[in-house]
Design a protein around this ligand. Structure first.
Ligand code: SAH
Length: 343
């Protein structure tokens, strides 16, 4: 179905940019992957699903920030793309350790998949508001804590290549009735030969986050796989857990690109916010006390010893999620620094 919608748009307008193709494949109101999956995690496993410790440590990180803010009476906690709600459920268990923090916290989840709302409600068991876009969250005057784990990588992005001082963009066209990737020559462009990606939606979103943090103060924690700087083509497709062709199984496979943290950081700095990271997930979780928490859980549940150790390794090992996954914080005012980034 999505194939024919995409083909029609190509016939009308010519080859689609990669980001428009991804937007239709992932977000089409009826058939987009992120609108129609009854759950997440069939195609990929995220950190909160590996261990409760992940959400708990982010809860501890937020509690530290709340204390640094001098325990305001109200805090707005927003999660972008909460999936099954696991991170938030584990996070809130830590929040409940502080009476002040738990009474001050309002939870808003930004989620486009209507089918996931019930899953999230069941997991979280906390008064919650749902919206489809960050823009729909009403402006309050209270400080904000915004979380995003594996959210930015789901945002559509474009892919450009400069070769021999000519700029090309990867588009999606049709050849003999089949969707194909095709490079389109844009213009002359001086510079070294290279390939890079840009996500227009990620840039709009980080600007929106910065505006809100500047108006209300607070912090944004972004965790995702990505790079600080660099170039390349990182479009990946997973279908039933296996790498697949992005132009096959449209709407039924997950499309992602690595997050260009350098670009997000540049926007935040240009808007006058404080930033820390990107730092490896390994270093962030270890600084936040992962090893201690795992030891504690092992003592409480000796039968789970091996599972706990395997989970900790998956989250932190350089060859698993430890290094490719990065953590970055953006905050306002820049003087109130969140924990976890100490060298
Ligand atoms: N954060 C979760 C899930 C990651 S998968 C975890 O770590 O397990 C991406 C999540 O973002 C899903 O819940 C998906 O439905 C949601 N999502 C994807 N694109 C979105 C968009 N443009 N707006 C809002 N939610 C989106």
């Amino acid at each position: 179905m999505l194939e024919s919608i995409i083909a029609r748009e190509i016939h009308e307008k010519g080859p689609l940019s990669q980001s428009r193709f991804m937007e239709l494949a992932l977000q089409h109101p009826l058939y987009g992957y992120y609108r129609s999956q009854e759950s997440v995690g069939q195609d990929f496993t995220t950190s909160p699903e590996i261990s409760q410790v992940f959400g708990e440590l982010i809860g501890a990180w937020a509690l530290d920030y709340y204390l640094k803010l001098n325990q305001p009476k109200e805090v707005s906690l927003i999660e972008l793309g909460p999936g099954k709600g696991t991170l938030m459920a584990d996070f809130l268990r830590t929040v409940r350790l502080s009476k002040f923090f738990s009474e001050a916290t309002n939870v808003t989840l930004v989620e486009i998949n209507p089918l996931l709302k019930a899953v999230q409600r069941e997991a979280i068991k906390f008064p919650t508001t749902w919206v489809e876009r960050l823009e729909d969250v009403p402006n309050h005057s209270c400080p904000l804590i915004i979380l995003a784990n594996e959210f930015f990588d789901a945002l559509p992005c474009n892919c450009y290549t400069r070769k021999d001082n000519v700029l090309y963009e990867r588009r999606v066209g049709i050849q003999e009735g089949k969707l194909i990737f095709t490079p389109i020559m844009l213009n002359e462009s001086q510079g070294p030969d290279q390939t890079w990606e840009e996500s227009p939606l990620a840039i709009i979103l980080i600007h929106e986050i910065c505006t809100r943090l500047l108006n209300q103060m607070g912090v944004f924690l972004c965790i995702d796989y990505g790079y600080k700087e660099g170039s390349g083509d990182s479009l990946q497709t997973l279908f039933k857990g296996e790498p697949s062709n992005p132009l096959a199984h449209i709407g039924r496979s997950d499309l992602t690109c690595h997050v260009n943290f350098g670009q997000l950081k540049e926007v935040a700095l240009s808007r006058g916010l404080g930033t820390l990271g990107p730092l490896s997930q390994r270093q962030f979780l270890k600084t936040m006390g992962l090893d201690m928490r795992i030891e504690m859980l092992k003592r409480e549940n000796p039968s789970q010893k091996t599972n706990l150790e395997v989970a900790a390794t998956r989250l932190t090992h350089p060859q698993q999620m430890g290094t490719l996954f990065k953590v970055m914080a953006v905050f306002s005012p820049p003087t109130i620094k969140p924990a976890g980034f100490e060298e």
